[in-house]
Ligand binder design. Structure first.
Ligand code: HEC
Length: 121
């Protein structure tokens, strides 16, 4: 009988220690989805939000760098300054000028799109 009580309390002790809050066991990791990257839906929103106040068609800062259409962005990438400017490695003017650096996730979206051949999709 006594050993049964012991067993009971031992089990109670262990069950009380079991901690299974999902958010503590599996902490949320910031995910960066770079699957299915498309110029129009993945990149244009970033360019419009962070670049095109200065690089939109009529504004076109920086010796005519136009980033509000496919041809302009492609030309800028081929010119070699685009990625250098957003990764801010010192080999081009750091962009967005006067603003915060793009998130690592947004930067990787451009790299994925370039590696895939800069499709106009
Ligand atoms: C506030 C205005 C402004 C914003 C916002 C801005 N740019 Fe610029 N950008 C400029 C100006 C002005 C230049 C000309 C070079 C300079 O003055 O640094 C330039 C130059 C550039 C260049 C050429 C860099 C070089 O060294 O020749 C690239 C590429 C560029 N911008 C890309 C971007 C991208 C991509 C974004 C958004 C992530 C962006 N810019 C946001 C104003 C801006």
């Amino acid at each position: 009988m006594r050993s049964l009580f012991l067993l009971f309390f031992t089990l109670l002790l262990f069950s009380a220690c079991y901690y299974d809050k999902a958010e503590l066991v599996y902490p949320a990791v910031a995910t960066c989805d770079t699957t299915n990257i498309k110029f129009s839906t993945s990149l244009m929103p970033i360019l419009n939000a962070s670049c095109n106040s200065c690089h939109g068609g009529t504004a076109a800062a920086g010796a005519g760098i136009v980033l509000d259409n496919y041809a302009g962005v492609r030309a800028s990438v081929l010119g070699g300054k685009f990625m250098n400017s957003i990764i801010q490695n010192g080999q081009a003017s750091a962009m967005p000028k006067g603003g915060g650096k793009l998130s690592a996730c947004d930067i990787s979206k451009f790299q994925v799109w370039i590696n895939a051949g800069m499709l106009n999709n």
